[in-house]
Design a protein around this ligand. Sequence first.
Ligand SMILES: [Zn+2]
Length: 301
Amino acid sequence: MTALTDRRIIGIRSGDRVVVPPLEWDPDTGEELAHDFVDVGPAGTVESWSWVASPTEQHPLDHPFAFALVRLDGADTAILHAVDAGSIDAMSTGMRVAPRWRAARTGHITDLEAFVPGEEPVVPSDDGGAVDEPVTMMDYNASITYTLPVTPNAKRAEQANEEGRFLGLKCPVCGRTYTGGRGYCPVDSVALGPEHEVDLPQNGTITNYTIITPVQYPGQTETEPFARVHVWLDDTDVVLGYQPLLDTPNDDVRIGMRVSAVWASDAELKDLASNAEGRLLGWMPTGEPDVTDPDLVNRIQ
Ligand SMILES: [Zn+2]
């Protein structure tokens, strides 16, 4: 990706072949490849193509173009990219193409705007040059839509959260208590409903924790390391995982710490991030003496 910002396309040697784009592993054997990179192109040959007569906004160009497999000079494999040929009549298998580069390049395959017919790369007059630092991150857009049925138990659990309560469901057979609106006991295969609901305690003990160093992916709002704790609610089997711990320096977080749930007020609720999990803000140390059971660390669910 760094080479692309320098208007170079590189492949990787795999035995006596040159694979483009460079893979981490031999595509036939799965063997890890040494980082033996080689420049290819800049021109290449169209091996196969398909005309896109009516591009949508997801397509790389806003006018008709071809998707093509282009084998760059010096490469043994073809790269899939757009060819901006102007018209379907200008396209043919075996035609020669060269890259048209974007002026501002970031280390993404779209730095290569498209291939165009001919032998000579097209470089914009306002070319921005290569990046100063090697490219280590790559942005790309992805979208996933989930459709999940909301069960009656899940609705009641959410309603309880709204009211600052933890809804539990106690299995009539084994006596285990579950939370989060689960609809059955996984041990006994017994359906759990309103008749099995119990209010859970608001106090608990930290059984385990993780200090998370945030990775700066798009949308990440955390910049400093922060703690997530597992809280075992008093007198139950319920352990709530990966909970926020409030007002506690990371160095003070420890197994056995006593904590109490903190819920958002109506005023605070308005300011909560849209991805917050309901009204629960997190957990606050109570100041009680630590619990010293050596088995606590094993209770993470
Ligand atoms: Zn059960």
